[in-house]
Design a protein around this ligand. Sequence first.
Ligand code: KG4
Ligand code: ZN
Length: 355
Amino acid sequence: MTYILGIETSCDETAAAVVVDGKTIASNVVASQIDLHAEFGGVFPELASRAHVEAISVVVAQAVRDAGIAYDKLDAIAVTRGPGLVGSLLVGLNFAKGLALAVDRPLLGINHLEGHVYSLWLTEQNRSIEFPALVLIVSGGHTELVLMTGHGEYKRLGGTLDDAAGEAFDKVGRLLGLPFPGGPNIERAAQMGNPATYKFPRAKLDETYDFSFSGLKTAVMRAATVPPSAEARRQRGGDKKAQLRTGVSVNDVAASFQAALVDALVEKTARAAKAHEVTEVMIAGGVSANQALRQAMRRETDLPVRYPPLNLCTDNGAMIAAAGYYRFQAGQRDDWELEVQPMWPLTRSTYAIES
Ligand code: KG4
Ligand code: ZN
């Protein structure tokens, strides 16, 4: 059995986990900074790195303890090297280097996006994954449509030209006066709203697999400032209290926004799945927690649709450990010179990873 410790500090969670053979979670500890950043309505980088410094040694020790193993049982230490906030990444990488030296185990630098992809392998107990598979990575910082032809083999089909999907959720959430992070709060508001109230734009961008959410964001902003018609007010159901100063229903805007964003994501993903004859469609990253997205994806494609359990959609150490397992098997060993890579696209692995 191969035990990998995964450490993740790229954004606002300090997380560590031990994963066995790339798929069984022995422990998974996440210290969220949501309360810390809620006050600012977004992630405040300086505060994030300071909070990582305070939390990391406790979080890692807890993960190893929860796994019920001694440090010398670990086969390798995998850590997020990028993309992400430079100060936050540095905390995780430096801690991982120190630990790897102290316990004399190899260090593996992992791409955060590859981590999100491998969160799906933590669901493999149920049904094994066959290539080629299509992965839609939707998080706070990224929206990428990736064709995966083997372990560590990615072909980028498209991505966002402006805001990431999660970023759009967060910005619209702020506009609607909902607490940070916007995603789960918009989802909740949307359940009480009517998605047909506003016909927000779905950027088509012709035959590409790219996305654009800035037009949608502007349309939402405009809708929020225009008082609704008497007819719209009459049709409004549910929570009448959740109103903007203009009398616009927060729930109706949230539902209409979510519907437009989900439509755009699902339409391109379903089309790419057909064009590339994949075996299944996978969704990963924070926004893959969204039930409306999951349902629409299941409805619009005939293929199996896979997504991580809710606690593995947002950032965690288990996904970094899972990705680390395949890298470890492929022979990756990083040295002490390893540096953080705040901007790091998900590209084909430089290591030949055999399945
Ligand atoms: O993957 P993640 O934890 O961090 C990044 O790598 O960015 O994703 C965080 C993002 C946030 O933008 C948050 O609003 C969004 O995921 N999110 C959601 C939901 N839960 C989290 N978006 C829509 N619906 C949700 N239920
Ligand atoms: Zn993430």
